[in-house]
Design a protein around this ligand. Structure first.
Ligand code: A3P
Length: 285
């Protein structure tokens, strides 16, 4: 297992994809008005939105989904691949990012670029992250689940505290440039979620196109799409024998992992950190 994160504005990032050069590239990135960003805290449904976005933007043409690996199709703003593929991206460009709002490049603020912020119940997210740390060899060993819960609550994990990330984007005041959606909304009714995204991006696709996109972006379809399921990634980086990236794809798995003491600790820390905020969480904590 490789380890040793880099620190950037107080956030821990894995060096395999993030370098000082890539972070500088992100800061100097010239955002275009037609750009669309899928932004998430890790394990909230990033790869899912990464699959949906280009299909909504191109009207349901599956060609890119079947020919280009997702990390080049919809690159990460903060990762080193961006510099090598940026010239091949056609407008309207779709990008993903785990950045909190304050780390977005200055050109983002002055642009009309849009953001879809995907959120997930933090109890499920921490479970998903725990298993991801076991299979992603570029991440530090998560330790026991109990230890990992503490690390998560203290922000000693990738991209820092979940509550800070939420606060930054929930208070971003981007008006009609931002759409908020939950992982659970997408699970409950994927066609409805795709319809909302399509309307948000001014596409207003037909029901036929919406259904086609939703079908392609189901857990089952994505899990078998080699351009999206990370099977092209060498085992030294992601070891599918330990856990799968497409692990369960459900809501409520936290009930199989948290004991009552962990649950009480988790809930009290999250509630305390969000005290006084003007937004409320879309889940019962
Ligand atoms: P689980 O580990 O709970 O299964 P991210 O892309 O932000 O890293 O999030 C990964 C999580 O999203 C994983 O959760 C993964 O299974 C889930 N996921 C990815 N695509 C999905 C889909 N089409 N439907 C449901 N869940 C999906």
């Amino acid at each position: 297992m490789m380890s040793g994160y880099i620190r950037y504005h107080g956030l821990l990032l894995p060096p395999v994809a993030h370098t000082m050069k890539s972070l500088e590239f992100a800061q100097n990135f010239a955002v275009q008005d037609s750009d669309v960003f899928a932004v998430t805290y890790p394990k909230s449904g990033t790869i899912w939105m990464q699959e949906i976005l280009p299909l909504v933007l191109n009207g349901g043409d599956l060609t890119p989904i079947h020919t280009i690996p997702n990390w080049d199709r919809v690159p990460w703003l903060e990762e080193s691949r961006l510099a090598s593929v940026v010239d091949q991206l056609v407008s309207p460009r779709a990008l993903v990012s785990h950045f909190p709002y304050n780390l977005m490049p200055p050109s983002f603020s002055t642009s009309k670029a849009k953001v879809i912020y995907v959120m997930r119940n933090p109890k499920d997210l921490v479970v998903s992250s725990y298993y991801f740390h076991q299979m992603a060899e570029f991440l530090e060993d998560p330790g026991t689940f109990d230890e990992f819960v503490d690390k998560f609550l203290e922000g000693r994990v990738l991209f820092g505290k979940w509550t800070d990330h939420m606060k930054s984007w929930m208070n971003a005041e981007l008006g009609d440039r931002i759409m908020y959606i939950t992982y659970e909304d997408m699970l409950q009714d994927l066609p409805a979620a795709v319809r909302r995204i399509s309307n948000f991006l001014g596409r207003n696709h037909s029901e036929e196109v919406i259904q086609k996109i939703a079908e392609h972006c189901s857990f089952k379809a994505m899990k078998t799409n080699t351009m999206s399921n990370f099977s092209l990634v060498p085992k030294i980086y992601m070891d599918n024998d330990k856990s799968h990236f497409f692990r369960k794809g459900i809501a409520g798995d936290w009930k199989n992992h948290f004991n009552s003491e962990q649950l009480a600790r988790f809930t009290s820390v999250i509630q305390k950190e969000l005290e006084g905020e003007s937004f409320s969480l879309p889940w019962n904590m």
